[in-house]
Design a protein around this ligand. Structure first.
Ligand code: SF4
Length: 467
């Protein structure tokens, strides 16, 4: 069982990993298929026009989450890594005006988003709540190629066949990757740690280093933290209203300025740590809501919690160092991998417990580890954080990743620090195992009404008047 740290922490753009990054990746995968030879292309017939349809949650909240823009950008050849957030709007407007996409390496295809991009709320695709189909037609309008993809959370995209294989084998990234510590749940992780005498971060590092050099791993981890930190810093420097029509104002910068003022005047603030955690998390999620550059942790909607806790550790703990940052990320990824393998990190599948709940558990585990926690204490920290997010629904107002998402990340960060602090003061023994909390989250997600799974059909989304 292997899910790389770089599968969970992916650099991309906001506002949503499942509804923005995933569909953009799916569109670029479809382009590759169109250009490839893996389908029966009638002799002399050329692809003239492309189309796409979004289903389930992607149809309900796609406009608020920027899914339509993501598909357009993907069909121009952009990916979440290559796209420049500052140029994306102009690229989308160009496609709308020209009714055509010209991805590099392709002859160019007709594609009028007003006609060829359909939000189909009536026909969910059966494999997953976030389904989408792409189509290629010839000049006579005959369908030449159709492919279905699912965006399964955290920016992961699978085809129908891959989804089936994943359901049978348990993970999308397990194939062909053998690792020395193949733990697929927390019990196995603790057993292997006990037998080997290694920490969770050390086992995860050894697993990663079977596929890359130590230097590559450390550079990659440093790059991830640098992107997270850059996102916090950008978020703390911006003002104004976030896009999408809700007219929600950015607050992180103002709160940051107030805190700095208090700090300089030496005014006592008993809530200091909470305040810093909140502004760091909100800075990231405001950037995400504005379509900026963010890192999935494990998703975009939950991208603020973990960086906030890591930045808090650097801010308040004098022993914090570069090696600790790497251990934090590796430990968090180990826990995130277990959650993704056995339940879900997708709001459309299990509600926000799978997004901010998972992020909080990962952050709690990372913090507990770098504060010197044993593997048992780390597992306890993750469990406490996840347990106290169980049942949390996904009900974004207006389908935008703003309310409740931005503050929710702040609260997820505060809970993560509390969980790590409680766990490290114990001896690692505790009542609810992490595996039980994860299985409870999965079952709760299955039972959860679709209204509360990123469809904006229930909860806050229907009880808050949009103005
Ligand atoms: S409510 Fe939670 S799961 Fe839903 S979009 Fe917001 S952060 Fe993501």
């Amino acid at each position: 069982m292997f899910l790389s740290v770089f599968d969970l922490f992916k650099i991309g753009i906001g506002p949503s990993s499942s509804h923005t990054m995933g569909p953009m990746t799916a569109a670029s995968r479809f382009l590759a298929e169109v250009a490839g030879d893996d389908w029966p292309r009638p002799a002399g017939v050329k692809v003239d026009r492309l189309g796409a349809s979004l289903h389930g949650s992607l149809a309900y909240t796609g406009v608020g989450h920027g899914t339509d823009r993501a598909v357009i950008l993907g069909l121009t050849g952009e990916t979440p890594i290559t796209v420049d957030p500052d140029k994306a709007d102009a690229q989308v407007e160009k496609v709308k005006a020209e009714k055509r996409v010209s991805p590099p390496g392709h002859p160019g295809y007709n594609f009028d988003p007003a006609v060829d991009l359909v939000l189909d709320k009536k026909t969910p695709l059966l494999g997953h709540a976030n389904g989408m189909a792409f189509y290629a037609y010839d000049a006579a309008g005959r369908l030449l190629l159709k492919r279905i993809y699912y965006s399964i959370g955290g920016g992961f995209v699978v085809s129908e066949e891959e989804l089936q294989r994943m359901k049978t084998r348990g993970s999308v990234t397990t194939e062909g990757k053998k690792v020395p510590y193949p733990f697929k749940n927390a019990v196995e992780m603790l057993r292997m740690a006990d037998k080997s005498g290694l920490s969770i971060a050390e086992m995860k590092r050894i697993n990663e280093e079977t596929h890359m050099t130590r230097e590559e791993l450390d550079q990659g981890l440093d790059h991830i933290w640098s992107a997270m930190k850059g996102c916090i810093d950008r978020g703390l420097s911006q003002d104004g209203i976030m896009p999408g029509g809700l007219k929600v104002r950015r607050r992180a910068r103002q709160l940051h300025d107030k805190l700095q003022e208090q700090w300089q005047q030496n005014r006592p603030n008993p809530l200091l740590a909470n305040d810093w955690l909140s502004i760091y998390a909100m800075a990231v999620n405001e950037e995400n809501a504005a379509g900026g550059r963010v890192v999935t942790a494990p998703t975009n909607g939950a991208a603020g919690t973990l960086p906030a806790v890591l930045r808090y550790w650097l801010h308040f703990h004098p022993e914090a160092d570069q090696a600790g940052i790497r251990d934090f990320l590796l430990t968090a990824a180990a826990v995130g991998g277990i959650i993704k393998t056995n339940a879900s990190i997708s709001g459309a599948e299990v509600g926000c417990q799978g997004e901010v709940g998972s992020a909080s558990a990962m952050a709690a585990a990372g913090l507990c580890a770098v504060m010197g926690g044993t593997p048992e204490q780390v597992e306890n920290a993750a469990e406490i954080a996840l347990e106290h997010h169980l049942g949390m629904t996904c009900d974004p107002v207006g389908g935008l990743v703003q309310v409740p998402c931005i503050e929710r990340n702040a609260l997820g960060a505060v809970k993560a620090v509390t969980a790590a602090s409680l766990a490290i003061k114990g001896d690692g023994k505790h009542f609810v195992p992490l595996d039980a909390a994860i299985e409870t989250m999965r079952q709760t997600g299955v039972d959860m009404n679709e209204k509360y799974k990123e469809t904006s059909q229930g909860g806050l989304a229907v009880n808050v008047v949009e103005c």
